[in-house]
Design a protein. Structure first.
Length: 228
């Protein structure tokens, strides 16, 4: 007898068995790709968030520096107008020729007048920000003049000049706790030492507000033992 022309139930079962693993593998592949995509997307978002955070922090830092510079410039408006004081990147500069004779650490009357004009605005500025004033002495690269037995070298000359300015500021009313001195000798020149004009610029005293370091009191053994 001839066939009826219909597929047997066994044939349908074979197709289902053949197709099922393919769809299962395809589904697993798509799930894996989706997982990878999600991980990449999350990674990109984290990187972008870090970049935005870093950018915001840098912008905030620059805004603070600009506000600080403008506040200092406003506080020192009078001395700056006199032309005997400069302000660059938060550093107050005074020419060594205004303060001292060549090779000397004796403060000139003109130099004391400049320091007198700086003390009142600096006291207010430092007090409002809980900062200190670092007074730095600098020289040119020429050695101490022959026959000058007071200073061994430029380091000592710059140190004594910084101390002289520091003491003068204190005498004019600057609190001792708000000022200290440092010496740099011929290091960190602002101009070439190849000519007289450049050397004159390098012989200078700079003052710069710096953050005050707050130190926590060290607990003694007795106080530690008595603590509950």
């Amino acid at each position: 007898m001839g066939g009826t022309g219909h597929d047997s139930p066994l044939d349908d079962t074979d197709d289902d068995v053949t197709n099922a693993p393919i769809w299962a593998v395809f589904g697993d592949l798509m799930s894996g790709l989706l997982g990878v995509f999600v991980l990449v997307l999350v990674g990109v978002m984290v990187v972008q968030m870090d970049l935005v955070s870093s950018l915001q922090a840098e912008v905030h830092k620059r805004e603070q520096e600009e506000a600080r510079r403008m506040a200092l410039e406003k506080a020192l408006a009078g001395p700056l107008q006199s032309g005997r004081v400069t302000l660059n990147d938060g550093r107050i500069g005074i020419s060594g020729a205004v303060l001292f004779a060549l090779g000397s650490d004796e403060l000139r009357p003109e130099g004391r007048q400049v320091l007198q004009s700086l003390v009142p605005p600096l006291k207010v500025y430092l007090g409002e920000r809980q900062e200190m004033l670092m007074v730095s002495g600098f020289t040119d690269d020429k050695g101490v003049q022959q026959g000058n037995k007071k200073f061994a070298d430029n380091w000592e000359l710059s140190a004594q000049r910084a101390l002289t300015v520091t003491r003068a500021l204190i005498e004019e009313g600057m609190p001792r706790s708000q000022v200290f001195s440092a010496a740099f000798g011929a290091e960190q020149p602002v101009a070439s030492n190849a000519d007289a004009q450049g050397r004159a610029q390098n012989r200078r005293v700079e003052m710069a507000p710096v953050p005050r370091v707050v130190r926590q009191p060290v607990a003694t053994a007795a106080s530690a033992a008595s603590a509950p």
